[in-house]
Design a protein around this ligand. Structure first.
Ligand code: NAD
Length: 352
């Protein structure tokens, strides 16, 4: 069993911990927290051992009547690998500690690409990270774009990607984020950081990205144009994208008109936290104009990187090949069941 430590138990960390628990070949050693808040309470209820992430705040746990199993260093020492899901920049600062205990670590998308040995997306470059000490699971947006780009590049070749990313102002719990009532070009200058970030996965790819921020918390929305090196039909592209492991090509009949409806579907489907681990691509939007492909996809910022972290654990430790790991992760998490029934809509009758 792979022993996994989780350092940083917030939006991403708690989801990764739950996904790791579900894996047949992994165990959570424990989670490191800075303070005894509601997430610490939830970790205890789930049976995770708590470790103090900061010496200066350790006393807060005792004052709250919460037992801790040790310090973060103890967690790192006992783990075969650590998933660091601390706020941006802290993962990089923690790198020295991981090196000291000779424990490989996964950092998250908010960290600088130059702070790590390699960047990771399971669909695109699984085989490149085995044996690395510090690997970054790329951000939610870069994950969403990479899952789209990999099959298109393999099947048709890509001349150029142009993507406009309409980003949620913050996660639902981030009450201090905005805008509250505005639409912000963000950043106002081109390119946004997303294009160069995608290049950490596809170094040769020609890609331009623009970013906006809007007053929403549900999901990000991508408007994507890919100039291909050939001219497949839209149906063929739709089928290719639908056949991928972590994509959901939304059929017209489901009537999903936006991110709100997708979240509702995820709740109806009983997904934990209404998480949507796959890219949600509107089938109707998949269009070809000559060699230009156009589509819209929605990306659930809080969860699409979760199965990627699970795969990155096996990839770094050399515990499974790409296909085996993706299948194992998807089955264990329930991702393989899909978000919606695959049946076609019943034919309308004359009485309807
Ligand atoms: P978060 O703020 O929700 O969670 C971070 C947790 O780490 C918090 O519980 C915080 O108290 C804790 N923490 C702070 N300092 C710590 C320390 N020194 N040691 C241990 N724990 C510490 O943040 P998040 O949204 O989970 O983001 C984590 C990383 O994942 C960032 O790099 C972010 O860019 C990336 N990411 C976030 C999202 C998203 O939508 N939330 C999506 C993809 C990637």
């Amino acid at each position: 069993m792979i022993q996994v430590g989780i350092n940083g138990y917030g939006t991403i960390g708690k989801r990764v911990a739950d996904a790791v628990v579900q894996q047949p070949d992994m165990e959570v050693v424990g989670v490191a927290k800075t303070r005894p808040n509601f997430e610490a309470q939830s970790a205890i209820e789930k049976g995770f051992d708590l470790y103090a992430a900061r010496e200066d705040r350790k006393h807060l746990f005792g004052e709250a009547g919460i037992d801790i199993a040790g310090d973060v260093e103890d967690l790192v020492e006992q783990s075969d690998i650590v998933v660091d899901a601390c706020p941006s920049g802290i993962g990089e600062a923690n790198a020295e500690m991981y090196a000291e205990y000779d424990t490989p670590a996964l950092l998250q998308g908010g960290e600088d690409k130059d702070a790590v040995d390699a960047s990771f997306n399971a669909r695109s470059n699984y085989d490149t990270v085995e044996g690395e000490d510090l690997v970054r699971v790329v951000s939610c947006n870069t994950t969403g774009l990479s899952r789209l780009i990999a099959p298109l590049a393999e099947e048709y070749g890509i001349e150029k990607v142009r993507a406009t990313l309409v980003r949620r102002g913050g996660d639902p719990a981030q009450s201090g984020r905005g805008p509250i009532n505005d639409i912000l070009p963000n950043p106002v200058s081109l390119p946004s950081h997303h294009g160069p970030d995608v290049n950490t996965i596809f170094p040769e790819l020609s890609i331009d990205t623009l970013g906006l921020k809007v007053p929403a918390t549900l999901m990000h929305m991508h408007s994507v144009n890919v100039t291909l090196e050939s001219e497949p039909g839209a149906d063929e592209v739709r089928e290719l994208l639908d056949a991928q492991d972590r994509t959901f090509v939304i059929p017209d009949w489901l009537g999903l008109d936006g991110a709100g409806a997708i979240k509702e579907l995820a709740q109806d489907a009983g997904r934990p936290r209404a998480d949507i681990w796959e890219n949600c691509i509107w089938g109707e939007s998949v269009s070809m104009e000559g060699s230009d492909l156009y589509l819209f996809q929605a990306i659930h910022q809080e969860s699409d990187v979760v199965p990627e972290n699970v795969d990155a654990i096996r990839a770094v430790l050399g515990e499974a090949d790409q296909a085996e790991s993706i299948q194992r992760t998807n089955e264990a998490m329930g991702l393989a069941d899909g978000l919606a029934p695959t049946r076609v809509a019943p034919e309308a009758t004359a009485d309807d």
